[in-house]
Design a protein around this ligand. Structure first.
Ligand SMILES: [Zn+2]
Ligand SMILES: [Zn+2]
Length: 130
């Protein structure tokens, strides 16, 4: 019996248990890689033809696009905009504001912000007076 042929059968068909020999494993991975690479190559060729550029340029552009997306996502995650002035807000700020706006709001409404270390609540004043 050919181990490759048996391994390709669907799982619901009962088949004898055996370890795939090293030769069989290699042939499976090689086939998979080839099809994956061929697909990538075909995709690149299609984009290159559509944009009228060479395969090399198409590959470079694809990489750059991927890099650009990653950078944008990281920036957004790190700096949510301030809810008042839309500048980058402080990380973990309880009011989701930048430093200036956070201080203004904390001072006038007697609030605390651990991220910016502003303590204007009444409790803090009492503690200071004691
Ligand atoms: Zn602000
Ligand atoms: Zn704050």
């Amino acid at each position: 019996m050919d181990p490759l042929e048996v391994s390709k059968q669907p799982h619901w068909i009962s088949k004898p248990y055996f370890r795939l020999s090293e030769v069989a494993k290699e042939s499976i991975t090689q086939n998979g890689e080839q099809t994956f690479r061929e697909k990538q190559k075909q995709k690149l060729a299609e984009t290159a033809q559509a944009q009228g550029i060479s395969m090399k340029k198409a590959r470079k552009r694809e990489r750059r696009q991927l890099c650009g997306k990653r950078v944008l996502e990281i920036k957004r995650a790190k700096f949510p905009p301030c809810s008042r002035c839309a500048q980058p807000a402080g990380q973990n700020c309880s009011l989701e504001r930048c430093k200036k706006c956070c201080r203004f709001k904390c001072k006038h409404e007697k609030l605390d912000c651990k991220a910016h270390r502003y303590i204007f609540s009444e409790n803090a004043e009492i503690a200071e007076n004691c």
